[in-house]
Design a protein around this ligand. Structure first.
Ligand SMILES: Nc1ncnc2c1ncn2[C@@H]1O[C@H](COP(=O)(O)OP(=O)(O)OP(=O)(O)O)[C@@H](O)[C@H]1O
Length: 585
């Protein structure tokens, strides 16, 4: 036998009224929305909503009246007695286009501030006026009372909950009603004060820029770098996009001010723009987007996706146009919003060109754009690590080799993307050892002499898994350069771990690592450097060891790589030994 679920009414009312909405402030929005929908349903005739806060009613209650279509006694029974029942869906259950409401629960939000809701209505369809009274425990009463109201329309009265009286007072009600309803296309009044304004703030016309600058400052708290009018007729969307003047974090929350059918959803609504456009804020009104049941965010449907794409295109087109017509402004903007721009350039070739043209990169030729660098060197040789760049740049520069620092976020991916788009020879990651190829070999006699002293220090080199390579290079002041192959380094670390690990791990790790055939580091000794020249004259094994270890540690420090305990020990040892020798003399 099938049975129906039982429902604890009090629990459901509490759930919907207390937990669906994030704050009691939304009660005004739901009342305005119902009044607005009733006026829409009346289709012609007077169109006003009047709010009387507690000071005006004189008995602590709040009254809101509308000139809408009203409800018959029967409708009051069916629509207001069943949670989730609404007049705003068609027979198939689809939300009707013109209405703001659709779920049949909005009125419950009044229980956030009220113990009792009273509704008096006269329907445009005729019949006597009806009274409905409900309390928060879930009981209600309906009576036909033809004297209750003369005109067609509805009045809702809220009797405040204890401690919620302030929500019904004038200043609060004024602020809330203005915030949610100031763009509604009907007259909303509090006493004699008209709250609504006839046109949307972003309507084009006289003083557009000043108006919108002021609007942006008031709404989002910044003076916009640029204001872009938005108009997507297919989505019934109009509004404005404001480009932020200063950098924001790519992960920062998007906060857009969104109106649906001219009723505010919120001013920190997310998801309207693609993620990359994190430096743009929008204020829009749309008739096609849908709210979630709490009406505090947007429902993620295909319409939202289509609008997001479309708005993304509008912004991109503007960026490309700016690059072509106002290069200096484009460069200034790009410099501020580098990260977002770079991230989108990875998936968008037009933006890739913009980034290539305008964004400065750190190189051995100073700060230059990718375009300038390409013109000079054809192939962009880059490091994908900032420290590696710092280490290699002076040597590369001295060899006349152009090197670009692609060590910051998205840079290496951008290099890869450029090669995909313009051909494999466009960019290439420098292999540190290829710098060796640009260096001259020293005179064989000098090399032989140096190698003899190096043999004395072979133990030190072995200890650091390091091979000494004599070369002639600039700058002369640099005695040694440590070149590390990252892959080999990883293998070496793995080997070290496996030596200490238990047999099972050692076997597993061993499978990951390829056998390390040669040393993982190369200490390139500069035979032009006076210290290295003196090293080749040494015959004292201890001194040769001390010198080589000092040169190694110095080169390691120069490379700014993290020091391992072994390296720190070497640093201490060589420093103290040198000190000892100096003091002894
Ligand atoms: N001021 C009013 N004038 C006429 N009918 C009203 C009024 N207020 C409420 N109603 C009727 O009561 C029904 C329920 O209202 P309620 O606010 O709970 O839900 P809704 O507006 O239909 O949907 P939502 O939960 O999305 O707001 C409405 O569908 C409407 O038919």
């Amino acid at each position: 036998m099938s049975r129906s679920f039982g429902v604890d009414l009090r629990g459901i009312i509490e759930l919907l009224s207390q937990h669906l909405y994030s704050s009691p402030r939304v009660y005004i929005r739901e009342l305005l929305q119902n009044a607005m929908d009733a006026i829409t349903a009346r289709d012609g005739g007077p169109a006003w909503i009047a709010i009387e806060p507690a000071e005006q009613t004189g008995d602590g209650t709040l009254r809101i009246s509308d000139s809408g279509v009203g409800l018959t006694e029967d409708e009051v029974h069916t629509l207001l007695s069943t949670l989730g029942r609404t007049s705003k869906r068609d027979e198939l259950g689809f939300a009707r286009q013109n209405f703001l409401g659709q779920f049949g629960v909005g009125l419950l939000s009044c229980f956030l501030v009220a113990d009792e809701i009273r509704l008096v209505s006269r329907s445009a369809k005729g019949g006597p006026a009806a009274r409905w009274t409900a309390d928060s425990s879930g009981t209600y009463e309906v009576v036909a009372d033809d004297t209750a109201r003369d005109e067609v329309g509805t009045t809702v009265t809220l009797v405040p909950r204890k401690d919620a009286e302030h929500w019904l007072q004038h200043d609060m009600v004024l602020a809330l009603a203005r915030e949610f309803g100031e763009l509604l296309p009907v007259d909303v009044l509090i006493g004699d004060q008209l709250l609504t304004q006839p046109s949307l703030p972003w309507t084009l016309g006289a003083d557009y820029t000043e108006r919108m600058t002021e609007y942006c400052e008031r709404t989002f708290g910044f003076r916009p770098f640029e204001i872009l009018p938005l108009d997507i007729p297919a989505a019934g969307l109009t509004g404005a996009a404001f480009v932020m003047p200063d950098a924001a974090y790519p992960g920062s929350r998007q906060a857009h001010r969104i109106y649906l059918k001219r009723m505010l959803v919120g001013d920190s609504v997310e998801g309207l723009l693609p993620d990359w456009a994190y430096f743009v804020r929008c204020a829009v009104n749309s008739s096609a987007l849908r709210p979630t049941a709490s009406r505090e965010s947007l429902y993620q449907d295909e319409t939202l996706l289509a609008i997001r794409d479309e708005l993304g295109t509008v912004l991109k087109d503007w960026l490309v146009r700016l690059g072509a017509t106002e290069p200096d402004r484009a460069a200034a903007l790009l410099a501020k919003h580098q990260l977002g721009m770079k991230s989108v350039a990875l998936v968008d070739d037009e933006l890739l060109r913009l980034v290539e043209h305008w964004l400065p990169f750190e190189t051995t030729d100073g700060n230059v754009t990718l375009r300038q660098f390409r013109r000079r060197y054809n192939t962009i040789l880059f490091t994908s690590d900032v420290d590696e760049f710092r280490q290699l740049a002076p040597v590369a520069q001295a060899q006349g080799l152009g090197l670009l620092n692609a060590g910051y976020a998205y840079d290496s991916e951008l290099m890869r993307r450029l090669s995909e788009v313009d051909g494999p020879a466009t960019t290439r990651r420098v292999v540190p050892s290829e710098l060796l190829a640009t260096m001259d070999r020293p005179d064989p006699a000098i090399e032989a002499e140096l190698r003899t002293s190096l043999q004395l220090a072979q133990g030190v080199l072995d200890r650091h898994d390091c091979e000494a390579v004599p070369r002639e290079f600039d700058p002369v002041s640099l005695p040694a350069l440590l070149i590390t192959d990252a892959d080999r380094e990883r293998q070496r670390d793995t080997a070290e771990i496996s030596a200490e690990a238990d047999p099972l791990w050692a076997e597993l790790l061993g499978q990951l690592a390829e056998p390390a055939s040669t040393a993982s580091q190369q200490l390139v000794l500069n035979t032009r450097n006076p210290l290295v020249q003196r090293l080749s004259e040494l015959t004292d094994k201890k001194l040769a060891e001390l010198t080589v270890e000092s040169l190694y540690v110095h080169a390691l420090l120069q490379s700014r790589r993290p020091m391992r305990p072994k390296d720190t020990a070497a640093l201490n040892r060589s420093f103290l030994d040198l000190l000892d020798r100096a003091v002894r003399r």
